[in-house]
Design a protein around this ligand. Structure first.
Ligand SMILES: Cc1cc2nc3c(=O)[nH]c(=O)nc-3n(C[C@H](O)[C@H](O)[C@H](O)COP(=O)(O)O)c2cc1C
Length: 184
C-alpha cells in the first residue's frame, strides 16, 4: 500500500493512501461495505402525529447515559417521518425481535401507510409500542445535533420495559441475522 506523508502543522503524520476508485477511499459503497460488518439492532421510532401513528426503522439506537437516563439514535436528514415525530416532542422506541424483519423493511419505506395492519399498544406517554417487540423505551426529545447527512437525536428516558424479552433482530452486512448467525 502506498504511504504518503501529510503535513499537519509542524508534525508529519503518515496515512495510508488507498488506490483510487474514482470516488476516493471513502466512497458510499466502500463505507457501507466496510461498516456493514458492525452488527446493529433494529428499532422502530414511533409517535402519534395528528391522530396518526408515524414511525421509521433505525439501526442506530443506543443507550447513552444512566444518570440521567438518556438514549440516542441517528436519523437521515431525508427522513419524512422524523420531523413530524420530533415536533410532538415525545415518542416510543420498540426494539424488534428476531421474527420481525418484515416490520423493519416496512418501516424503512417512505410515504407509505406503515402502520396498516400492524398491532401496537400505547406506551405510558401514548405512543406506539410494536406488539411482539423485545423491549420498549418511552422518550422525550432532549436535543438534535447535526452529524453530516444525519441528525444525532438525544432523548430522555421517561419509562421503559421488556415486552417479549425474546431474541432481538440483528442487521449485519446488508442482511437480517439472529444472534447465533453472525457468520453467514
Ligand atoms: C435495518 C435498517 C436500519 C436503518 N437505520 C436507519 C437509521 O439508523 N437512521 C435512519 O435515518 N434511517 C435508517 N434506516 C432507513 C429508514 O428506516 C428509512 O429511510 C425511513 O424509514 C424512511 O421513512 P420516512 O421518510 O417515513 O422517515 C434504516 C433502515 C433499515 C432497513
Amino acid at each position: 500500500m502506498n504511504q504518503q506523508p501529510v503535513a499537519t502543522g509542524s508534525a508529519r503524520v503518515v496515512r495510508p493512501v488507498q488506490a483510487s476508485t474514482g470516488d476516493g477511499p471513502v466512497s458510499g459503497d466502500r463505507f457501507r461495505a466496510v461498516l456493514g460488518h458492525v452488527p446493529t439492532s433494529v428499532a422502530i421510532v414511533a409517535g402519534v402525529v395528528a391522530n396518526t401513528a408515524r414511525g421509521l426503522s433505525v439501526g442506530t439506537f443506543v443507550p447513552v447515559s444512566l444518570s440521567p437516563p438518556l438514549v440516542g439514535f441517528f436519523v437521515d436528514r431525508a427522513s419524512t417521518s422524523w420531523p413530524a415525530i420530533a415536533r410532538q416532542g415525545k415518542f416510543a422506541v420498540s426494539v424488534l425481535g428476531a421474527g420481525q424483519a418484515e416490520l423493519s423493511r416496512r418501516f424503512a419505506v417512505s410515504q407509505t401507510d406503515k402502520f396498516a395492519g400492524v398491532a401496537w399498544h400505547e406506551s405510558p406517554s401514548g405512543h406506539p409500542v410494536i406488539e411482539g417487540s423485545v423491549a420498549w423505551v418511552d422518550c422525550e426529545l432532549e436535543s438534535e445535533t447535526q452529524a453530516g447527512d444525519h441528525v444525532f437525536v438525544l432523548a430522555q428516558v421517561l419509562d421503559l420495559g421488556v415486552e417479549t424479552g425474546g431474541t432481538p433482530l440483528l442487521h449485519h452486512r446488508g442482511g437480517y441475522r439472529k444472534a447465533h448467525d453472525l457468520d453467514p
